[in-house]
Design a protein around this ligand. Sequence first.
Ligand code: NAP
Length: 249
Amino acid sequence: MTRPLEGRVAFVAGASRGIGATIAEALAGAGAAVAVAARSEVEGKLPGTIGAVAQRITDAGGRALPVRCDVTSEESVEDAVARTVAEFGGIDILVANAGVLWMGPVETTPLRRWQLCLDVNTTGVFLVTRAVIPHVRARGGGSLIAVTTTGVTMTDLGANAYWVSKAATERLYLGLANDLKADNIAVNCLSPSRVVLTEGWLVGGGGVEIPPEMIEPPEAMGAAAVLLAQQDAGGITGTIQRSEALAAE
Ligand code: NAP
């Protein structure tokens, strides 16, 4: 098995379950040491903890560090990044995956839901990205990946807090790719091509029935993240990628 990320360090925000957990395990399988970052240290309403994901990685022969991180808190993010650098010596790869879903129509969206989407999906990406940039720059290059959604472009389906928050993140990352070109840092967005039936989707997806042909296995996002994680500014950068389309290229 090839290990293209041997010697690299990845910070995965939102890695206690779902797509983030799959990406963390895929990056570790490709050789990276992985900081498994999220809030859940003990089982709560939803299954999955940072400790359990880190344990799965170490059981499979990889390197992982569970780090508590609330992406909405500047202090928590700074602390998690500092702990990762102290343990692994630097950071080469960021996957800003932490996200919350709210697909309700604008008229019936409570202000706290609107704010939570922006706090986690937009400000959270800003905070983790800002915290890792100096460390990635210090390595002479690396790769930043924000997890977004195909819903951003589906304006014919209307508007909601979730799509708006992800649209802002795409704008953030597309511009940042330009800012960080001279630092040899690739900056891309990645989303599933179809729907991944994660815990978050099942709770927040509003009971929408997904036809079987629209269901994507979580491993597609893992493989796509491994590919994007290998990029620097000389490779794929400043793009919005879809997991299965990227694999097919
Ligand atoms: P999920 O099962 O709900 O997992 C979400 C992850 O985000 C968890 O690890 C959660 O960990 C973390 N998180 C939430 N709030 C956080 C906070 N304040 N600080 C740190 N971590 C936080 O969701 P998912 O379906 O895997 O989605 C992952 C990403 O993919 C999201 O950005 C989502 O928008 C995107 N996406 C998913 C789909 C899909 O089909 N599932 C489609 C398009 C895009 P804790 O609760 O432990 O903090």
